[in-house]
Design a binder for this molecule. Structure first.
Ligand SMILES: Cc1ncc(COP(=O)(O)O)c(C=O)c1O
Length: 458
């Protein structure tokens, strides 16, 4: 079976449904026509996320919340934080988002940071910062980072981009970082270790107190990737859920990433990177003193940036408030508890580890990718995982709507029954996942390159 052809089969039918535009129209088209075309595409895809068929992806999604964010975006759509003289509001929004997030995560007085474009940028920046900090303060020229295998792929991206040697350490049977393995992987070139709160694949929280202590002992950085959990765990803790310490209350934690565009409920395109001290943050900044274009500085990777997105993140945080986040978390965790209880009653399925609301499901007896495919045929967009084969659902407010959990569990029971009755059947994406899990990584990388080409060519 040709993996790329299977992926192409997923993309092609959609492309053929809408007019193609491979060159500029000779004259501009009427705005109403363009709006109608865009609306048609939106209407085709919105029901799935709106009705709670997606894992993660849209974390709030109530109509009124979206309308509010859209209003805020419209007001600031021309804003660019690169020009604080023209848009002082953008810098104010970002400074206040950082301050509110730092306080939520128990940052000390010195805590500081920047708004970024998303979790990946926050992690890339953190890794670049530790590389440059270690070079400047310790003379380390061959930097290494130690990161559990479960930590996000953005760590690999950072290692590739910034010439950092990434050492991936194993997780234990509970899918949490193996602290002893991290300890053994630390060398004199290690600049940072990282843990996730929680990690993307299995939704479990690494033993951050132990990792932070290890980092403090070695005088190196400890980054906590709370992209997924930063805006959930503080409220889960208040609600009495078992949340181990993961934030700046641990003295060894030197930086934390937390995504405003996930459970912060802002529009897509923002995240926060926080550091314990400005000394670290300063290694993130870029400044140019002798460029003919004038005095230039930027806190993150991009030059010009969408100030409107900063405004929506700020507005979302103010509109939610502590009570709003607490209530949202209560609803999400209640839905997740129901989902976990339901899954535990389905013969053949197991939940991996002990997650709070990002729930990974595997099976010893069934082809789990075919279960995921059967769910896809019932409209669900879940996340396929490998090593071990599994899928997960990241529970959001969309799943806390009436009836969604029951529908998920009913569909999952039906999917499992279908797979159990037809153990040889492999359809849709099931064989793709199966082969990708078994194929050599170089081959899979080639396929993925082909897939990116496919997606971004007319
Ligand atoms: C734990 C974790 N870290 C980082 C990221 C990357 O975030 P983004 O997709 O916003 O770049 C994700 C995304 O799901 C995540 O779950």
């Amino acid at each position: 079976m040709d993996l790329l052809a299977a992926l192409e089969a997923q993309v092609k039918p959609y492309r053929n449904r809408f007019p193609s535009h491979a060159r500029l129209p000779a004259t501009g088209r009427p705005r109403e026509e363009i709006l109608a075309e865009i609306a048609a595409m939106q209407e085709a895809e919105a029901p799935r996320w709106r009705e709670g068929y997606a894992s993660g992806a849209v974390y709030h999604g109530d109509d009124e919340h979206i309308a509010f964010l859209n209003q805020v975006y419209a007001l600031h759509s021309q804003s660019n934080p690169l020009h604080p003289d023209l848009w002082p509001s953008a810098a104010k929004f970002e400074a206040e988002i950082v301050a509110m997030t730092a306080r939520m995560l128990n940052g000390p007085e010195t805590a500081c940071g920047t708004l970024t474009s998303g979790g990946t940028e926050s992690l890339l920046l953190a890794m670049k910062t530790y590389r440059d900090w270690a070079r400047a303060t310790k003379g380390i020229t061959e930097p290494e980072a130690v990161v559990p295998v479960s930590a996000h792929a953005a760590f690999d991206k950072a290692a590739q981009y910034f010439g950092i040697r990434l050492i991936r350490t194993p997780v234990g049977p509970d899918y949490r970082a193996d602290v002893q393995a991290v300890r053994e992987a630390i060398t004199p070139n290690t600049v940072v270790i990282a843990g996730s709160a929680p990690g993307f694949p299995h939704g479990v929280i690494d033993p951050i107190p132990e990792l932070a202590a290890l980092a403090a002992e070695h005088g190196i950085g400890c980054h906590v990737d709370a992209c997924l959990g930063g805006f959930v765990l503080p409220w889960a803790e208040r609600l009495g859920y078992p949340v181990p310490p993961f934030d700046f209350r641990l003295p060894g934690v030197t930086s934390i990433s937390a995504d405003t565009h996930k459970y912060g409920y802002g529009a897509k395109g923002t995240s926060v990177i926080l550091y314990r001290t400005p000394e670290l943050l300063h290694h993130q900044y870029f400044t140019a003193a002798d460029w003919p274009g004038g005095l230039y500085f930027s806190p993150t990777f991009a030059g010009s940036r969408p100030g409107a997105l900063s405004a929506t993140a700020w507005a979302a945080m103010l509109a939610m408030g502590e009570e709003g986040y607490l209530e949202a978390t209560r609803r999400i965790l209640a839905a997740a508890d129901q989902i976990k209880a339901g899954i535990r009653q389905i013969p053949g399925l197991q939940i991996l580890g002990d997650p709070l609301w990002v729930i990974a499901v595997a099976s010893d007896t069934l082809n789990i990718y075919q279960v995921m495919q059967e769910m896809a045929e019932r409209g669900w967009v879940l996340n396929g995982l490998h090593r071990p084969p599994a899928f997960h659902i990241a529970v959001t407010l969309r799943h806390a709507q009436p009836g969604v959990v029951d529908r998920f569990l009913a569909d999952l029971r039906a999917a499992v029954e279908t797979v159990a009755a037809n153990p040889e059947r492999q359809t849709g994406m099931a064989p793709v996942y199966g082969m990708a899990a078994a194929a050599p990584p170089d081959m899979v990388r080639q396929v993925l390159t082909g897939f990116i080409d496919l997606l971004y060519r007319v």
